[in-house]
Design a protein around this ligand. Structure first.
Ligand code: ACO
Length: 177
């Protein structure tokens, strides 16, 4: 039985965060997101980008990691204020949630989600939303299982390709997490 610790990211976690991001994107979005975009992703570039983001005093977000002893970072969540998505009562947003494929289905996503909710509640957000690609049944199933209510959909552009995303809303005061 592995013990998973969920906590705010530290600079030394960023190589692990980058690995989770690149490996999980490639495993999840192959055939959905343009192949050229997935191939162009790199650990170094993601690590540099996160380091810059965390060092920016104006960044309104938080980065959380899930760490397993003697394994390292197996998942992360990024969260912050909603980015003007058109649902004004949902003031908080879960920007990203990724768990390494080998660690999925073992409660890590739920633990990161619960800490995301606690963090947003502590910041005064009563509701949050999350955008997930319409063609991501794994992600959608997870958010539906956690009680997300379908709010709407919109088109995104990524690397010249048009993708549909759907939003799920959560009432954070419900206390189910
Ligand atoms: N359908 C139905 N239920 C599900 C699904 C699913 N597809 N996935 C998980 N669940 C349920 C589990 O059975 C569990 O239920 P229980 O606790 O009541 O028994 C609950 O949801 C929590 O499951 P976890 O094991 O904590 O989920 P996991 O660790 O796999 O994390 C996540 C979920 C984050 C979606 C992970 O699978 C992942 O990284 N997937 C690939 C990337 C992805 O799709 N990320 C979300 C993109 S959207 C964004 O980032 C904003």
């Amino acid at each position: 039985m592995h013990v998973v610790e969920v906590r705010p990211a530290r600079p030394e976690d960023l190589p692990g965060v980058a690995r989770v991001q690149v490996d999980t994107w490639r495993a999840t979005y192959r055939g959905v997101v343009p192949e050229a975009f997935l191939e162009a992703m790199s650990y170094e570039e993601r690590e540099t980008r996160w380091a810059r983001t965390l060092a920016d005093p104006g960044w309104p977000g938080r980065l959380l990691v899930a760490e397993v002893e003697e394994v390292g970072v197996v998942g992360f969540a990024a969260l912050g204020p909603d980015r003007n998505s058109g649902f004004p009562s949902y003031t908080g947003e879960l920007w990203a949630l990724y768990v390494l494929p080998a660690w999925q289905g073992q409660g890590v996503g739920r633990a990161l989600f619960a800490e995301t909710v606690r963090t947003l509640l502590a910041q005064g957000h009563g509701r949050m939303l999350v955008w997930v690609l319409k063609e991501n049944p794994r992600g959608r199933g997870f958010y539906e299982r956690l009680g997300g209510v379908l709010l709407g959909e919109r088109e995104l552009e990524l690397s010249g390709s048009r993708l549909l995303a759907v939003a799920y809303g959560f009432d954070l005061g419900e206390g189910r997490w």
